[in-house]
Design a protein around this ligand. Structure first.
Ligand SMILES: *[C@@H]1O[C@H](CO)[C@@H](O)[C@H](O)[C@H]1NC(C)=O
Ligand SMILES: *[C@@H]1O[C@H](CO)[C@@H](O)[C@H](O)[C@H]1NC(C)=O
Ligand SMILES: *[C@@H]1O[C@H](CO)[C@@H](O)[C@H](O)[C@H]1NC(C)=O
Ligand SMILES: *[C@@H]1O[C@H](CO)[C@@H](O)[C@H](O)[C@H]1NC(C)=O
Length: 295
């Protein structure tokens, strides 16, 4: 009993239930509203707009009757569909179809919209991240989404981005309504301007410069040491041989060498231990030449 009752109630509900379908249309555009015509002999047809009649046909009429509430309306006498043209926001409202004096199950809510303009992007950044805010004109039926050139895709007007190494991202805001969309983009390079990159570059260059300076300093130090090596070797290596010539100049030379000897001895040993053989050899050659020249 109760089961049959619920079935009856459901059937009643489904009969009285009516769908309202939202229809978005671009301004100046047109739309065709196709109603649900019941499977019965059609004796009269009425389209209403917010309960006012806009088009009517009765059995026997050669043409429909139009009511001048809307700009351009046209009733299709085969399908009973209503076409509205040159739509303006003033055409917004609810459209319903009556067949044989009974409203059909489906009605339409018309919303005429302008096409959206290009949105503005405002940025709020620190050194490594940004909040990108997209702002378009109008709030009704609009939505925002963000994409980047790497496949990121997010809904909402604000996108939080992190600085990337390549600085090659392009962030695009898509501002849309159901009938149009428009985009604006911002390049990552604009968000994190070259100053910060240059600063990094300067740090790198600076440290490179420092390294060069240090290298130069070492080079000079080594060179000075090597210059001194011959003096020492003259003492250690050449002096025994130096005695052989036994010339009169020998005494003067030895005196000069001995004067420098105490301070130069440690340097000389260090130099010999630390420097490569090749370098020492070059220095020795020089030293020998100098020695010979002096002798
Ligand atoms: C996007 O918006 C801009 C600025 O409002 C406009 O110049 C441009 O024509 C629009 N593009 C499209 C495809 O509607
Ligand atoms: C971005 O917005 C969040 C809050 O949503 C805030 O905590 C953060 O500091 C903002 N970042 C910047 C760079 O302004
Ligand atoms: C976008 O920015 C321009 C220039 O500042 C401004 O004239 C326009 O009103 C802005 N549009 C929106 C939707 O904020
Ligand atoms: C922008 O958004 C609209 C609505 O979601 C979509 O139809 C359109 O393809 C999008 N355009 C781009 C370039 O992503």
């Amino acid at each position: 009993m109760s089961f049959t009752l619920s079935v009856l109630l459901l059937q009643l509900l489904s009969v009285t239930h009516s769908d309202v379908i939202q229809k978005y249309t671009l301004m100046s555009g047109s739309i065709e509203l196709i109603g649900q015509v019941p499977n019965m002999l059609v004796k009269s047809v009425v389209w209403t707009w917010n309960k006012d009649k806009v088009a009517e046909w009765d059995k026997g009429d050669m043409t429909p009757t139009y009511y001048p509430t809307l700009n351009k309306t046209e009733l299709n006498m085969d399908t009973w569909a209503l076409t509205l043209s040159d739509l303006q926001p003033t055409c917004n409202g609810q459209y319903a179809l009556q067949i044989n004096g009974i409203e059909t199950a489906t009605s339409f809510q018309l919303i005429v919209l302008e096409s959206v303009s290009g949105p503005n992007i405002s940025t709020n950044c620190d050194q490594r991240s940004c909040n990108l805010t997209c702002q378009g004109a109008g709030i009704d039926h609009t939505e925002y989404s963000w994409t980047d050139n790497r496949g990121r895709n997010e809904r909402g007007s604000v996108l939080k981005v992190e600085k990337t190494k390549g600085l090659d991202r392009v962030y695009t805001c898509n501002f849309s309504n159901p009938v149009s969309w428009n985009t604006s983009s911002v390049r990552e390079r604009e968000l994190f301007p070259p100053e910060s990159t240059d600063a990094n570059l300067y740090i790198i260059l600076g440290s490179m410069g420092g390294a060069v300076l240090i290298a130069a300093a070492i080079g000079i130090a080594v060179y000075i040491k090597k210059r001194k090596v011959p003096d020492g070797e003259e003492q250690g290596g050449q002096v025994p041989g130096g005695k052989e010539p036994g010339s009169a100049d020998e005494a003067n030379g030895e005196d000069e060498n001995r004067r420098f000897l105490p301070s130069q001895q440690p340097l000389q040993q260090q130099a010999l231990q630390q420097q490569g053989i090749q370098m020492s050899r070059i220095e020795n050659t020089d030293a020998v030449c100098e020695m010979n020249a002096m002798a």
